[in-house]
Design a protein around this ligand. Structure first.
Ligand SMILES: Cc1cc2nc3c(=O)[nH]c(=O)nc-3n(C[C@H](O)[C@H](O)[C@H](O)COP(=O)(O)OP(=O)(O)OC[C@H]3O[C@@H](n4cnc5c(N)ncnc54)[C@H](O)[C@@H]3O)c2cc1C
Length: 309
């Protein structure tokens, strides 16, 4: 049971995209003292006391910051109300009861290494392919907003593949479309339940389906790459979301030589020490990304790797 939290932030904006998907803006009593406040891609911790059931105490959860790092007083988050939580005192149902003006806890600072500097490196000029399932868009939004604010004349080095069930759940679509139109961002949204959205004319399927063998060429064409050109010498991949998206992105890109930044996976697949990582991920749940206990699975994955990896 978590000890009672001292609240230090106010909910200043809330935008509900659906009954279980919302953007929250929290204003901290004290702006984050660091300069910059955080690095785009990092997360902080949000918490609430369970007022309705005080015997359950408090709960805190990590949340990626979706706002630009240039802002230190107010932080934005893109959050899903989890329909089937695992814990007995889940955060998101409590969060959903909040109204603008309500108070809560937010750690005054951010952490995490899912940033361009700590993964790809700041001076890398390869295409950066961001793969986001649902609210996994949050860290990428922060990166794009940060660059757009810091006078980026072009976001053409970024690709955003964003998956949601329905078009209405493609959060921030207007903003990303504006970046596409004005700054050259490659923005490719996809929905997995098109039958329920008859007027949808865009891509369909889960976001990791862009990497299915029969769809890769089409993706390459849309990104201006030659057939077979989506490889680590031209691109680097960052994935954020739940286990399935990460697992299938890894599996479907292994054949192109994309090596996950994960020591145990690399070791199990016997990837050479000298081959740099080219697929980085941030996972929101706890299921192991790849089942490394099953020798048949490991052997299958090893066979997908190109000989030089
Ligand atoms: C580094 C990090 C950053 C995160 N950033 C975000 C974020 O920006 N937005 C966000 O909505 N969540 C984010 N999460 C997930 C968040 O921390 C909680 O796990 C989630 O909100 C559920 O908490 P809960 O207490 O309501 O449910 P719990 O009782 O803790 O249930 C946990 C289960 O909820 C499911 N779950 C967790 N996150 C999601 C999700 N986003 N969509 C669907 N199902 C999910 C998983 O099955 C998980 O095992 C992040 C997690 C990590 C580790």
């Amino acid at each position: 049971m978590g000890t009672k939290l001292e609240y230090n932030a106010t909910l200043t904006k809330r935008l509900d995209l659906s009954s279980h998907l919302a953007c929250f803006e929290l204003t901290l009593d004290q702006p984050i003292a660091n300069d910059p406040a955080f690095v785009a891609g990092q997360y902080t911790t949000i918490g609430l006391n369970n007022e309705a059931k005080p015997e359950l105490g408090s709960v805190r959860r990590p949340m990626s910051i979706a706002s630009a790092p240039q802002r230190s007083d107010a932080l934005e988050f893109y959050i899903r109300l989890v329909a089937h939580p695992e814990s007995d005192n889940p955060l998101t149902p409590l969060l959903w009861r909040l109204r603008v003006g309500d108070r809560l806890f937010c750690r005054n600072g951010a952490t995490g290494r899912f940033t361009v500097d700590d993964t790809i490196g700041p001076d890398d000029d390869r295409l950066k392919v961001f793969v986001a399932a649902g609210t996994g868009l949050a860290p990428f939004l922060s990166m794009l907003r940060g660059d757009a604010n810091a006078n980026a004349r072009s976001l053409a080095q970024y690709v955003v593949l964003h998956g949601a069930s329905y078009a209405a759940e493609l959060g921030y679509a207007d903003e990303l479309t504006t970046y596409q139109r004005d700054l050259g961002l490659h923005y490719l949204p996809t929905i997995s339940r098109p039958r329920e959205v008859p007027d949808w004319t865009g891509s369909t399927g889960r976001v990791e389906d862009f990497f299915l063998p029969d769809r890769l060429t089409q993706l390459e064409e849309r990104l201006g790459l030659p057939t077979g050109g989506l490889t680590p010498d031209r691109a680097v991949v960052m994935v954020c979301g739940l286990q399935g998206t990460i697992q299938y992105s890894i599996e479907r890109l292994l054949g192109r030589g994309f090596i996950p930044d994960h020591r145990r996976i690399r070791r199990s697949l016997e990837v050479s020490e000298t081959t740099p990582a080219s697929l980085f991920f941030e996972q929101y749940d706890n299921t192991p990304v790849v089942d490394l206990r099953d020798p048949a699975n490991v052997s299958r994955l090893r066979q997908l790797l190109p000989a030089h990896a």
